[in-house]
Write a new protein. Sequence first.
Length: 605
Amino acid sequence: MRNWSVGISVMVLTLIFIIRYEQSDHKLPTNHTVDDASIEGESVQEPAKKKPHFMTLEDLDYLFSNKRFYGEEEDDELNNGFLVWSRMRPFIERPDALPETAQGIEEATLAMKDLVFLIYKEKRASSSDMVSKEIRRNCPGFVAAFDGDLSGLRPVLELPCGLIEGSSITLVGIPDVHSRSFQVQLVGSGEARRPIILCYNVNFSKPFLVQNTWTEKLGWGNEVRCPLHGLVKNQIVDDLPLCNEQTDRIVLEESSNEDAVMDLVIGNADFPFLKGSPFTATLWTGLEGFHMTVNGRHETSFAYKEKLGPWLVSAVKVSGGLKLLSASATRLPVTDDHAFLPIEEKLKAPPLSGTRIALLVGVFSTGNNFKRRMALRRTWMQYEAVRSRKVAVRFIIGLHTNVKVNLEMWREAKAYGDIQFMPFVDYYGLLSLKTVALCILGTKVIPAKYIMKTDDDAFVRIDELLSSLQEKPSNALLYGLISFDSSPDREQGSKWYIRKEEWPLDSYPPWAHGPGYIISHDIAKFVVKSHRQRDLRLFKLEDVAMGMWIQQYNHIVERVTYINDKRFHNSGCKSNYILVHYQTPRLILCLWEKLQKESQIVCCQ
């Protein structure tokens, strides 16, 4: 009965939503239907993909301010996933908004339209006890194709929910003996002409390997070519060189005879691909970039580009002179079957009474990091302080360009009640908006004495953190691993590159490293109020931005306390920690087990 009533609520709201659009001349396209479903004689239409009509912020506010859409069975209003959504509007409509804001909002709007219809489709199938496998299996952990599946122009692999750190794609093939080149492309989603997250080009006529990206807006980016030339030789990604040193030693004599050059390539032992010889190549995702190994040897690395991370990849394409024998992808992002399996009660966010709590922890996460979030729910989110409602933990997540990922997040949010959605797509350049959202959450929605920001690959000792905070000031506090003397990165291509126009000074004010820091309630309140009044500048590096805002607050109160604690480890793990970063789900589970069974504050290898 409950599922039926929720389904009816969604149906009614969807109809109202469509009527509002038609009245405001925002016609929804009518070239696709959802299972030929109809509501009171009106056909429910899916949005067209080629000519999207974006919802306005007013439409989004209207849709998600209705509690019945989120689920009238929700017992605790504070577990609603859209409590911050409408409150963000003044902060993302600023004329001085971050550069990616408009694109992030537009893509989120289209994603939400798709999600509304998919939710309706699932509710309708659930109410009739006809849940299809297509709806249930959105995010497989493994996909593969062999022989006959590899012919034609279609992608050799479809990756429904993208890639995460540790994912790998393995290709087995034989370059054609007459081939000049072949290409492997990781294709993204989210645009009319889908971006190329990575183009891996093998050229036999030189020979060389080239890696690059392409977007409709910017075209081709800066390529990485192996053998290397110029100043990039010293660059590394995830502690690996951009190019294998043996490949770098390839030196070809100039020759006008193309056949002679080709013959030389065929016999070159240092070049990883040989014409007519089978190879096994594995492309895997690290923390900082993509890496390619061929026949077990590392060959190339390529740092992730902004807005072109592995989470966005939706397909693998292969072209050129290559006979592909098999293709597979493993360690893909998968999520528990939240919609159809019982949920452990201890993993759900405890209901909150609305009274002020001691600490709110905001965990910055992205859509397809399902396993990371589950690892936190099963470990440090089980501290007694969290279960007893002294501490609240919420995941702060932007939307995904992939509707299947958004549907899984929706299910997850409904199951655990610990997710707050943002009204924009998760781009690195918009992290500061998440920081503002966390301050809103900790002052307007779940009032907390202290507010902590951390990441979904961090392990936090909540008990030790609370103990340490007892000795700290309750106002005007920044607590974490603080950098008191740092400068902007002026190197183009760097993830942290800052132009003079963005920050003209040669140094930053004191700031705490993003994997984990704590601010007091009054600072969060100041951030929200001052941003609403547009007295604070937005800055794409969220942890540095908080340092800038606190510096401005210090001009008012003249008593901000900066407490540097080296037990906050922003890179890797060290014993006797309060927080450690860059931990995989397996390591996080191991750290928790050592604390629970052995009472050891040591790292896991």
